[in-house]
Write a protein that binds this ligand. Structure first.
Ligand SMILES: Nc1ncnc2c1ncn2[C@@H]1O[C@H](COP(=O)(O)OP(=O)(O)OP(=O)(O)O)[C@@H](O)[C@H]1O
Ligand SMILES: [Mg+2]
Length: 364
């Protein structure tokens, strides 16, 4: 296991005209379980392939601890990589497929057997060990591919590129918790690529959010939810995502339309900003001392455990999440409050400050 450090690493597939991965400096710390989360085309696979050596970056250098590996081919990097679709020797048995990476590196026979059986047991492959791989369904074949990626002990990292795409949805949950168990067991550095926020948040110690070839935020799941550093993180994580409303800063106050909604906190020049607030932290009802932002209720989705109240703040639609027994009627005018420390200001999509209650206003 090693820290994997990217130093100004970037990649262009078209001779520098566009960057699939913008030059970045970033360290993957040894033994952590990371999720690399982002939409299709944001550069996730490009980044993994650069780490494993399948792709040579256009610019930058890569270090495994103190060893520079920028020019070292895949075989010399000691990385296990699991792809979206099964990569197996179809004529070999499941056992031999799992044992292959170990035999290749001359593990002692007894250790091979022990490791194969441990992984097979964790992944539920015991009854299939003797079968030829090609006789398994694609989902099961992918689980064997996963096992091949996890069977070695001395790898620098295990890279998993959307490994559960072809696996039956019901099995996905089980496999994800198995992966966590294996991670606790082996202490491998794991990088798990996904575009599914639930998958990322349930799996990882740390989620790295990639958008348009750049890391926009990295942190524990709760941090990304409670304290988004970029509008994209607000949209992409959470369901529904963060509300974004245009606002103005003047005289140290945040104004939406003609209404003062709070004090601006942060080193902020006057002028336009966006307010970002998650539905969970947009409260509807009368404030204690300040009136709040007037909004018109457009509809209410009853979700059972809670309600989603859709409102219109001037021209801007917003959503507030309320208790299941809260009653709001369409067309009523209500007042919206921003929970202290949970509403943020953004400029050019990057967080630049937050909103504090107006003087004399208690916590709503
Ligand atoms: N071999 C290639 N040649 C040219 N452009 C490429 C190549 N591979 C990827 N790209 C482009 O680079 C960008 C990043 O692609 P990449 O495959 O890394 O994204 P991704 O996040 O893995 O997407 P997905 O979730 O769809 O797998 C995309 O715009 C893609 O079209
Ligand atoms: Mg990809």
């Amino acid at each position: 296991m090693a820290d994997i450090r990217l130093e100004g690493v970037g990649h262009s597939y078209d001779g520098g005209r566009t960057w699939a991965l913008k030059p970045m400096t970033w360290t993957w710390r040894s033994s952590r379980a990371y999720a690399l989360l982002g939409p299709s085309g944001c550069g996730k696979t490009t980044l993994l392939n650069i780490i494993s050596g399948l792709l040579s970056p256009t610019v930058g250098r890569i270090w495994f601890d103190d060893r520079e590996v920028t020019a070292v081919p895949t075989a010399g990097r000691n990385i296990a990589q699991v792809f979206q679709f099964p990569v197996l020797y179809e004529e070999m048995s499941v056992y031999d497929n799992l044992a292959f990476p170990l035999r290749n590196r001359k593990y002692p026979k007894a250790e091979i057997d022990q490791r194969v059986r441990r992984v097979s047991q964790l992944l539920g492959l015991d009854e299939h060990l003797k079968r030829r791989s090609r006789r398994l369904d694609p989902g099961r074949q992918q689980i064997v591919s996963l096992g091949r990626g996890l069977v070695r002990s001395e790898v620098a990292a295990v890279l998993l590129d959307e490994p559960l795409t072809v696996v039956d949805p019901a099995l996905k949950w089980t496999l994800r918790s198995k992966l966590k168990e294996i991670h606790r067991d082996t202490g491998h550095t794991l990088i798990y690529v996904t575009h599914d926020q639930t998958e990322a948040l349930t799996f990882a110690d740390e989620v790295v959010v990639l958008n348009e070839g750049a890391i926009v935020q990295a942190g524990e799941p709760a941090e990304l939810f409670l304290s988004p550093a970029h509008e994209f993180v607000g949209h992409f994580i959470g369901s529904p995502g963060m509300n974004v409303v245009p606002a103005e800063i003047a005289d140290g106050l945040v104004k939406v339309g003609g209404t003062d909604v709070g004090q601006a906190v942060g080193e902020l020049e006057p002028g336009p900003v966006h307010i970002g607030v998650r539905p969970e932290f947009a409260r509807l009802g009368a404030g204690e001392t300040s009136p709040g932002l007037p909004v018109r209720v457009t509809s209410v989705d009853r979700m059972g455990a809670y309600n989603l109240v859709h409102v219109q703040a001037g021209d801007h639609p917003m959503i507030a999440k309320t208790e299941a027994d809260a009653r709001f009627t369409p067309d009523a005018v209500e007042f919206l409050h921003f929970a202290p420390d949970r509403a943020f200001l953004f400029r050019d999509a990057v967080r630049c400050g937050s909103i504090a209650p107006l003087d004399g206003e208690g916590a709503p």
